[in-house]
Design a protein. Sequence first.
Length: 376
Amino acid sequence: MKYIHVCLVSAQPIPNLIPLKITGLAPEKVILLVSPDMKIQADRIEGVIKSWKIDAERYPISPFDLESARDTCLDILSRLEDKEVILNVTGGTKIMALAAFEVFREMKRPILYIDTQNREIQRIHHTSEKLAFESVLKIKPYLASYGQKIFAEDTDEQRVSGHSSVISMFLRDINKYERAIGIMNKYAAPLRNVRTFPFEVEIDKHDLSKPYFEDVLVLLQKQNVIKYKDNKIIFSHYHDVNFVSGGWLEEYVYSVVKKISPDDIKMGVKVEWDQKGPEPPTNEYDVIFTMKNRLYIIECKTKRFEGEDREPTSADPIYKLDSLRDAAGGLFGKGMLVSYRKLTADQKKRLKVNRLDYCDGPNLKNLSQKIREWTQ
């Protein structure tokens, strides 16, 4: 059967999108009811709908005038009298939702309510029934519905697999290698903008005397990540710089998440926002995945948040993660901070206040269990 969905556009696009890909509900066309302040969000949703090869049409609607909103819905149903029209009542203002619900109920047309909390769809017609979610949303349309376009990513299964042994060494004895890895960060991080390789940097002799630093250099050389010769570190490729300056933790997190079979997963994702201007703002996600129509964002940190090699204040990972989780995942997004260093009590408190999860220090060995609990 070919359906037409009527959707109420709001700041939370995910409930509008989920039914469009559900078996037995997928429509041939979507009518978007758009209030004046939701035109940008309607552009985003319409873009996703059309990328799925579904037709889309807009109808203006008054967000706070009950009778006007009712007239809009009646006009749509009279125009589509011989069609199978379904209302998705999840979005919009309360007035819009109430008006649409009343009209569709009176005209004995089916109504859907998307319960994201319990991951089910309530179908209201003569009687009410519940349909379980199918996992239909992947990363690209999820981000696009919030105004973000992917322009680069660094997902490479083969490279991740090839680095597994050195990552295992780093995690096996965190207390032993923690400081040495911090020193490696110091040499590699400034080279993230270098694009001509091979590139070599000279090592401060004072650093060579620090515990386990030379052990890390030898280990990385054995794994062909760097070359270590004559008190110099030689990086052959940008990927090696990225790995040494924290990318190894991203690869570890990626490999752990991959084992729980997410619907979609990417690493090192760079996005551009759809804001107007000569230089739209950009952001980067360390590890991002979708599972059961929910977006999960993981920020990975190997550097200190305080002390000698701490991050600058403008790069506070907790603030960044909180902002990205809300901007890219809305009410249904989740965020986690994974830190090689142990977090302080204050940092853990800030994460809890912002509804963000975390895994740090020696607990990284149990990251797999943590991820499974987080995604339940």
